[in-house]
Design a protein around this ligand. Structure first.
Ligand SMILES: *Cc1c(COP(=O)(O)O)cnc(C)c1O
Length: 454
């Protein structure tokens, strides 16, 4: 057996030239988006006022397995990819585990996360279509940052609606976006009809992702030459994020490593969907017998406590309906929830795979997540994002189980980003001011009652 280095790098020429569309190999396809007006599956014509044409085609394509990565995007990827697959030797040592732990690190770019992989693709197609700019929402700010970088690269205007609580608590994120030329508006705002309506109904609200999405969509469809872009959940985003999984697959192959457990954090499901895509294909085709595990916060448990149903993607109910594991579009995680991953729904692709039993999901309370984050930071030298730390927590749990059983399993997890802009959350944790609010069944039921009846 070859000695495995701390970092398995691919060469530039080994980077994937194609994105992989897992839907092409799914036996049962994810449920289509539905037009809330007609109750019928959305058509390209329904989506084109909102999204760029090429992205609409990717969104609706359940059959094409490989999409060539356009050269301009490929060249941009080369600035920060391939990303390393790291063998966590130091973590293994402190855990005293026979398991082999690997993580795919996506935090090596200024946006600090995997989101740039899709941001650059979406900005490219907007430019290609001759648009003036794009609008979007951002919660914690990683997506807004990534999109600002991508838009400045292609000289596009970028309007970001940032959830008000984050706008106020994360001034540095805001300034990074403005450095790249984006305009940042706290949401809900007075600049859109839906924002004004939400403010009238809930004066003093600190906003939510669902609400910021409604504002960004309205801003796009009411401005000439603009389209809306979204950083997760959608099929097109999982397609772009497949670069994570394809690189991981190539790196593991170099050393003949077969993964036994693949773990990723799940907010809207884009990093996890990207990471697992080639492995899930092999699993579906009976070539790989690995466990695939989604990790979500106990305070926003879409997979583990949600229902699989058609729901609105946004609070203002302007977007198509998606069939997904959801907590209801009115669900807003408790204000003390610091760890990101706060979207009420989940990618329709992952929802279908989970429903068929092809993957598992666990939820973890946030103080456990920050404990794991700190443990990891102290030995592996990377300060992880709270979101990524959900995956770290479960990777550590699995490695500790291996210590009990003596099995040398190969555990692979996605380390989606760095946590430098999350120090307020780390501060709360260090000061003992963080608690684990978990929604009650009654609260969830109230939220499920708002699901649309089809
Ligand atoms: C946005 C984000 C996530 C969660 O989003 P997914 O679409 O579920 O991948 C996870 N980690 C980081 C660092 C993020 O920025």
């Amino acid at each position: 057996m070859k000695d495995i280095p701390y970092k398995i790098y691919l060469e530039e020429k080994e980077m994937p030239k194609y994105w992989y569309n897992l839907r092409a190999d799914m036996k049962k396809k994810p449920a289509p988006l539905v037009n809330p007006g007609t109750g019928k599956p959305v058509t390209a014509a329904d989506l084109e006022p909102v999204f760029c044409g090429d992205l609409v085609a990717q969104e609706l394509d359940n059959d094409t397995a490989y999409f060539e990565i356009p050269e301009e995007i490929y060249n941009f990827y080369k600035m920060y990819r391939p990303s390393p697959l790291v063998r966590a030797y130091c973590l293994e040592k402190v855990l005293n585990t026979p398991a082999h732990i690997y993580y795919k690190f996506e935090g090596n770019n200024t946006s600090g996360s995997h989101k740039l992989n899709s941001a650059i693709a979406q900005a490219y197609y907007a430019k290609k279509q001759g648009l003036k700019g794009v609008t979007t929402e951002t919660g914690a700010g990683q997506w807004g940052t990534a999109l600002s970088m991508a838009c400045s690269y292609f000289n596009l205007d970028c309007k970001v609606y940032m959830v008000k609580v984050s706008y106020e608590q994360k001034p540095f994120r805001r300034e990074v976006m403005r450095t790249y030329g984006a305009s940042v508006t706290p949401s809900p705002s007075e600049t859109t009809n839906v924002g004004r309506q939400i403010l009238k109904e809930h004066p003093g609200t600190t906003g939510s992702l669902g609400c910021a999405i409604s504002e960004a969509v309205e801003a796009a469809v009411s401005s000439e030459g603009y389209r809306y872009v979204l950083g997760s959940v959608l099929n097109q985003v999982l397609l772009h994020q497949s670069v994570i999984g394809l690189e991981t697959e190539a790196a593991l192959k170099k050393y003949d490593i077969k993964p036994d457990i693949i773990i990723g954090c799940a907010g809207g499901g884009s990093n996890l969907g990207g990471l697992i895509s080639p492995f899930m294909r092999d699993k579906i085709q009976g070539k790989l017998d690995a466990r695939i595990v989604a990790v979500e916060p106990a305070s926003c448990p879409s997979f583990t406590r949600g229902v699989y149903a058609y729901d609105f993607c946004d609070t203002g109910k302007v977007c198509p309906l998606a069939k997904m594991y959801t907590l209801g579009s009115g669900f807003i995680p408790a204000p003390n929830h610091a760890g990101g991953l706060r979207y009420h729904g989940m990618s329709p692709i992952l929802s279908e795979l989970y429903d068929e039993g092809l993957m598992e999901a666990v939820s973890v309370p946030q103080t456990e997540v920050f404990k794991a984050a700190e443990r990891f930071a102290r030995v592996e030298g990377i300060l992880p994002a709270p979101e990524s730390s959900h995956a770290i927590k479960v990777a550590i749990d699995e490695a500790e189980k291996c210590r009990e059983t003596g099995e040398a399993k190969n555990i692979v997890f996605g380390l989606t980003g760095t946590g430098y802009f999350d120090m307020v959350a780390y501060e709360k944790f260090h000061n003992g001011q963080m608690d684990d609010y978990i929604p009650s069944d009654e609260e969830l039921k109230k939220s499920f009652d708002t699901l649309p009846k089809l």
